[in-house]
Design a binder for this molecule. Structure first.
Ligand code: PEP
Ligand code: MN
Length: 333
């Protein structure tokens, strides 16, 4: 249930509602909006009795929430969520481009790519230090040494850093070094990791699982938000289908679906969806055209020698081309 306060409700009245919700055995989470504050009731197993709440001064109405997810839902927060990442704002209309290699391999590699993508319009640098690889024999990432390289990249380029946490140990380190914590497709339903990410105070980018429905994905985001972290970005990165022409099948319909069901920003990772660099630019165009709030793209200065995902990494000149195409597209949006 959502308790909607009157426009002129005071902070004391909001607190009185939260106290009453606690007295009833639930939790009340305030959702401040541009027009009014609403308080979302969580922790109830069945319907909530509204009469006692409606009697509190400042309360306008109590609306039942029809979806299983609450804090992520547009029902509870009608305005789209936007927040700052470094000098840019995600979710405010301008696509935010996060770019870099799949994995941090060396200081030289990371800095070469970071300088180029920054010069050509990227706002966030990506690079994995902990890599969840399909084979245990593949390069697993540099670990904390990779995070230290990312720290240096931020210092030298001023680009905020996004990097993946794969378990509770790496999460503690990633939280220390990164500006955005990435939770990968394989961990989308790792509920203990989601809860821990929700307890951090860094924005979390939550990728869609290979076989997750939109509702399962939103419930995963709800885990993060229910721990108090409201800065969540969703990332569509392709799902498993019968199609074998690409690594995964990019579900562009997820963007408008999320936009109608949730207030959270949603971006697209065309690299892991395509698995082939030459499809990355066309898929990116599609993503921007359907309203994605940004892109997460793999770029490498020497993809033939990349330690992971070289085949889908854009050459530097292709990243330049991608950014030009996005600029052109903006004129039509
Ligand atoms: C990645 O971004 O490097 C990655 C491992 O992606 P995903 O979790 O989407 O496979
Ligand atoms: Mn990758």
């Amino acid at each position: 249930m959502l308790v909607v306060m009157k426009n002129d409700a005071t902070e004391e009245q909001v607190q009185a509602v939260i106290l009453e919700i606690q007295r009833m055995g639930y939790r009340g989470v305030p959702m401040p909006g541009a027009q009014r504050t609403a308080i979302c009731i969580i922790g109830n197993k069945g319907p909530v009795e509204a009469a006692g709440l409606l009697a509190i001064p400042g309360v306008k109405e109590a609306i039942p929430v029809t979806k299983p997810y609450k804090l992520v839902s547009r029902e509870t927060h009608p305005e789209s969520t936007s927040f700052k990442i470094g000098s840019v704002t995600i979710g405010a209309g301008e696509p935010v481009i996060m770019a870099g290699p799949c994995a941090v391999e060396s200081e030289d590699q990371a800095l070469t790519i970071a300088r180029f993508v920054r010069e050509h319009g990227a706002s966030v640098f990506r690079g994995g230090a902990f890599k969840p690889r399909t084979s245990p024999y593949s390069f697993q990432g540099l670990g904390e040494a990779g995070l230290k390289i990312l720290e240096k990249v931020r210092r030298e380029t001023s680009l905020p850093i996004i990097t993946e946490a794969i378990d509770s140990e790496s999460l503690a380190l990633v939280e220390k070094y990164a500006d955005i914590i990435q939770i990968g497709a394989r961990n989308m339903q790792n509920y203990s990791l989601l809860r821990l990410a929700g307890q951090t105070r860094k924005p979390v980018l939550l990728k869609r699982g290979f076989a997750a429905t939109i509702d399962e994905w939103l419930m995963a985001a709800e885990y993060i938000m229910s721990e108090g972290n409201h800065r969540v970005i969703l990332c569509e990165r392709g799902i498993r289908t019968f199609a074998d022409n690409t690594r995964n099948t990019l579900d562009l319909s997820a963007i408008p679906s999320i936009k109608s069901a949730s207030h959270l920003p949603v971006i697209v990772d065309p690299s892991h969806a395509a698995g082939l660099r030459d499809y990355v630019i066309p898929l990116s165009r599609g993503a921007i055209a359907v309203g994605a709030d940004g892109l997460l793209v793999e770029v490498h200065h020497d993809p033939a020698h990349a330690l992971s995902d070289g085949v889908q990494s854009l050459y530097l000149h292709q990243f330049d081309e991608l950014m030009r195409e996005i600029e052109r597209l903006k004129g039509f949006l």
